[in-house]
Design a protein around this ligand. Sequence first.
Ligand SMILES: NCc1[nH]cc(CCC(=O)O)c1CC(=O)O
Length: 316
Amino acid sequence: MGEHGAVLGIRRALRIGTRTSALAMAQARGVAARLEEAAGVRVDVVGITTAGDRHRGALSELGGKGAFMREIDRALLAGRVDLAVHCLKDVPGDVPRPAGLAFAAYLERDDTADVMVFPRASQVRSLAGLAPGARVGTSAVRRRAQLGRLRPDLRVENLRGNVDSRLGRLDAGELDALVLARAGLRRLGIERAGEVLDIVPAVGAGVLAVDCRRDDLDVRKLVRGLDDEDTRQCVSAERAMLQGLQGHCNSPIAGHARLERDGRLSLRGMVFACDGAKSVYAHEWSGPDEGESLGARVARDLLRKGARDLIDGMPL
Ligand SMILES: NCc1[nH]cc(CCC(=O)O)c1CC(=O)O
């Protein structure tokens, strides 16, 4: 047993709670493997079905917020699991996280690109190649709005469900194209040629966050070893912007922070009307370690430019 085995006392194995989708399980297994290697403890993955996964209808019927997290938060707080792995992109910005939990690590950011993929049988391989009025599947209003700006003629259809079932419906000919995160496809080991879309990513895109009980200092210390400092800086800015905008889990909001070569943080934020016909944009810089105030500043600028009406104009 490694150095941390002793630190963890009598706990000979740690349990990671996560959603049961193939993507969530693959992500959690990746984190488990890294922890096992770093700490020499056994790490098991426990799949937890959430209300959001069980529910087939519109998410608004569940009250929207946190439908994919509540059961996992409870399991973690109750000690049924010791850790949880979340796509930061899916963590709502308008509901506070439970006070007893803390993100102990943000893994190094993966790809943030949104890609358009096409049916295997189709000859079309680009957004520009789609026929007028072609059907494109996505459930994210951020993607819908930005597609509307690029190709207002497309028929964007609301499509929920896991990546595999979406691709199945695409290949079955129900849709002419689908927009997905390239990071998700990579983590699932799915090879599909697609076109990277020139759209602004979601807040937290491509970032996995590892959640722990706040008072579980042994585990927090161990998990902190997986934290990527540059990613933490960027997400602190993006999340502060989202909080400043009180964005919900499916708001028409895009935000992307980067660390410039000179060490400054840069944050671009955009808020759209649902068809993309209107939008507001802000881009600001700050020194390093000033992500929170940078995010607040960009949010204020967007609100001053009319973001509130665009966000509230969206049905949840
Ligand atoms: N809402 C689903 C979701 N949450 C995170 C990812 C992909 C990985 C990431 O961006 O962290 C996906 C799949 C997708 O949007 O295609």
